[in-house]
Design a protein. Structure first.
Length: 521
């Protein structure tokens, strides 16, 4: 018994030590369950939302709760649970306060592993952490930290980590990233400072522990590779290709782009390095390479104001792409896939694509609540035409669900079209501020035809002087204001698999802060 007790305590202490700087984050449906490591005493902050018995968590009702572990009388948070979060963009529950950036997804054994950074600093992008978001259905996600520059394996303590990629090769999981140099980062030392050396670590499983740190170096020169936003493609013939941004020959930050072959995990074959900028238009950063059939697709963040000539016109508000049959041959620029240029406060977008179960998805970040360095993960379904070209798309509010259930409360900060409003972090999870008149567009809502009333929530609703709602441009209700309530008529029933764009037109006598819209029958 003494030996058994000692083993349990060693397991418990090791678990708590490993988790001291991280928590598990679980999105769950009612009835779902998760298992935590054994040998630790757990308790839920709200047994009505999720119960915990032994090491098993069970989701019971919609809401948020925290799972605590107790070892040697000390209690620590080990899991954040959100039950019943509606499928939408941004993807993760607002209560997590988690802003995942520069997503790089890889489908492994029917599960999407999405490697990201985390915007967690004041006044700067990114942080000292890399995160991993996992899903099998593209609707419910588990998230955890997989690497921090505070760990002993990293060469510089507590430095900023930039855009990462990951994946699996020959049974090993890898994280490729960029390490801020060994000097202090402040708002006076801009994000575009040079000497962001590229590195790689490996692990036996996707969520770590990552080890065997190596700088990426050229095979002939032996010099570290300076750059940012690297991505690795495992090609069909077993070789690996890397694309990355570099400062070499650029006019602004890291907007030169190179493709090369890897000799091994940490060595670039310098003779294969090829600049791709001559083939692309409006390139800013964030290259990512995918293959579909016999065609290679290069995704990248593109400039909204034409070619980049200086930091003054640096506006990566589009995701553009190019294609090639030979990645080291000629590339053809194909245009813009998606743009966030019309979304107030959105200063940048970066993303790529990945299939699961033969359906392709576009992963990208856009800012939440208009805060420039709070970029959040978004996902859209992506489609190809008969020639293998990507069909252009627009950012949506409802994401991969392709339409909100009108029986659910819809956050208005998911608005992606319209005019006359500003995003704001005020309120419980954020809101839209309207000073006099606005059109607010929500893509999309799956109306049933039975909705009888629309209700806005927020602050200052008595200042509304008129209110109107439209579905795909057709008026479904009007009122003279005085509140956020609107009686509906002629509500369309969405055909199977279809949804309508909801537009709310509101006029006010003074500033109003709108948080949600609800429908009732």
């Amino acid at each position: 018994m003494k030996v058994h007790f000692l083993v349990i305590m060693l397991i418990a202490c090791a678990y708590c030590s490993a988790q001291k700087d991280t928590r598990e984050y679980y999105m769950m449906n009612q009835g779902d369950s998760r298992e935590l490591p054994v040998g630790v005493s757990y308790v839920s902050s709200d047994e009505k939302v999720a119960s915990v018995k032994g090491n098993k968590i069970k989701a019971l009702s919609n809401g948020d709760c925290v799972i605590y572990a107790t070892v040697n009388g000390e209690r620590s948070e080990v899991a954040q649970i959100t039950v019943g979060w509606p499928v939408q963009n941004p993807v993760l529950p607002y209560s997590w306060n988690m802003f995942l950036t520069d997503p790089e997804p890889h489908c492994v054994n029917g599960e999407v592993l999405t490697y990201t950074g985390w915007d967690a600093l004041e006044g700067l992008y990114c942080s000292n952490k890399y995160m991993l978001a996992r899903s099998r259905d593209m609707k419910r996600w588990d998230v955890r930290q997989i690497l921090s520059s505070t760990e002993d394996v990293m060469p510089y303590h507590d430095r900023v980590l930039w855009d990462c990629d990951g994946g699996v090769y020959n049974g090993k999981y890898y994280v490729y990233g960029f390490h801020e140099p060994d000097w202090n980062i402040t708002p006076e030392t801009p994000n575009g400072s040079i000497n962001h050396a590229m590195f790689v670590l490996e692990s036996d499983k996707p969520d770590g522990q990552y080890r065997n740190f190596h700088w990426l170096r050229g095979d002939k020169s032996g010099e570290k590779i300076d750059g940012i936003s690297a991505q690795i493609l495992n090609d069909d013939d077993g070789s690996r290709i890397i694309v990355y941004s570099s400062y070499i020959g650029s006019v602004c930050y890291y907007n030169a782009i190179f493709i090369a072959r890897l000799k091994d995990d940490s060595t670039i074959i310098e003779s294969t390095m090829k600049p791709l900028l001559p083939y692309l238009k409006f390139y800013c950063e964030g290259p990512s390479l995918r293959k579909r059939g016999d065609t290679y697709y290069l995704f990248y963040a593109a400039n909204a104001d034409g070619e980049v000539t200086s930091p003054d016109n640096w506006k990566p508000n589009h995701i553009d792409y190019a294609t090639a049959k030979d990645p080291f041959g000629e590339w053809t620029y194909r245009g813009t896939i998606i743009s966030i240029q019309e979304l107030a406060g959105n200063l940048c977008i970066q993303g790529t694509a990945e299939p699961i179960d033969n359906q392709w998805y576009l992963y990208y970040h856009r800012v939440l609540n208009g805060v420039w360095n709070k970029r959040a993960l978004c996902i859209e379904k992506m489609f190809f035409d008969d020639n293998g070209l990507i069909k252009p798309m627009v950012p949506t509010s409802s994401g991969v669900s392709e339409g909100f259930d009108p029986s659910e409360t819809i956050p208005l900060n998911t608005a992606v079209s319209g005019k006359g409003y500003d995003y704001s972090p005020e309120g419980k999870y954020g809101c839209l501020k309207v000073a006099s008149e606005a059109e607010i567009g929500i893509r999309y809502v799956k109306f049933t035809g039975k909705e009888k009333k629309l209700t806005l929530t927020g602050a200052g609703l008595e200042k509304i002087v008129s209110l109107k709602a439209l579905a795909d441009g057709e008026i479904i209700g009007e009122s003279k204001g005085g509140s956020g309530d609107l009686v509906l008529s002629k509500v369309p029933k969405a055909p199977k698999g279809k949804a309508a764009e909801l537009t709310i037109v509101v006029k006010t006598s003074a500033e109003v802060k709108l948080e949600t819209v609800k429908f009732s029958r």
